[in-house]
Design a protein around this ligand. Sequence first.
Ligand code: ATP
Ligand code: MG
Length: 351
Amino acid sequence: METPNNERGNERETNQDDPGYERAIHQEWHHALDHTADLKAAGDPTDPTVVTAPADTTAAAQASPTDLPIAPTEPAVAPAAGTATAVVAGHPKHVADPSDLVLAIRGLRVSFSGNEILHGVDIDAPRGGVVALVGPSGCGKTTLLRSVNRLTELAPTASITGEVQLDGSNIYDRGTDLNLLRRRIGMVFQQPNPFPMTIFDNVAFAMREQAKSRPSRSSLMPAVEDVLQRAGLWGEVKDNLDRNALSLSGGQQQRLCIARTLAAHPEVILMDEPCSALDPRSTARIEELIVQLAGSLTIVIVTHNLAQAKRIGDYAAYLLNGDLIEQGLAEQVFEDPREQSTRDFVSGMFG
Ligand SMILES: Nc1ncnc2c1ncn2[C@@H]1O[C@H](COP(=O)(O)OP(=O)(O)OP(=O)(O)O)[C@@H](O)[C@H]1O
Ligand SMILES: [Mg+2]
């Protein structure tokens, strides 16, 4: 299967290191979500100067290192009451049936201008699990995530082959509804990117978009509260839902972005280094949230923080130079890797 690279025609040569590329993706995505008019009314959310996360100024944040120290055997943050638990001893805590794959990436190859970046990658994501995707900088993690909700093809030079099966259907099949796909597979970026509108409107966005006629604020309120509760933000914002989302702290903005994603009822959430711009306290909140959300949905998270991957991952996949080297239970990959290069990576010898 060869995917024509740009649905909206070749616009310009882009490179993902160029901030314009990130902006283009957001522009395309917003366009795809068909809320251009609302965004115009509210300002330009794709302006990176607007979405940069303000640093947390707490003394604790300033005093602590970015990485939370943790013993390799320390268990993940305790799941909330009601979170799915393993039904078979030895299975990851969030996964009832490891053979029930919500996502199956098969032979994924991605090239830019003929330069192959992913060389036929297979990755499994069991339903309800947290899959931690790790590997050295430049190995193709972001490219892989972007290919899972069809953002990679927005680069005019991209060519993609292989399959990404979501519940058994290839998302690259002709006729895939991209709006629906991006609701089913939500994405949270490294930099929090709330829309420049109120907290309430950020969360209500997907709800309004999916409603047949414009719902009243009061009719949306219970669902908005529910989503903000799930995102662990309600207590902090409930008295100020009309505050501009951009005035929140970086950690709050990231939880708001997760809330906005949850509002679309995704089956899978892709997270690309969601904590790398956050202080340790906010990082801990997001990790806790991920562990709580898992079970009811599936999370694929890219992280450079191996301690984080160990804390929250049910499964892990290790990518090196565009090849999947090894995947499996996180405990096995991190504690007893089969491959020497995984061993070198997890022991900090490179990457
Ligand atoms: N649009 C693009 N055009 C050209 N090259 C690209 C494009 N997007 C990604 N690449 C290249 O693909 C390779 C993998 O990039 P990618 O961002 O996926 O790596 P990564 O594993 O996420 O790295 P990091 O850990 O630093 O975020 C890099 O060499 C990058 O320059
Ligand atoms: Mg990346």
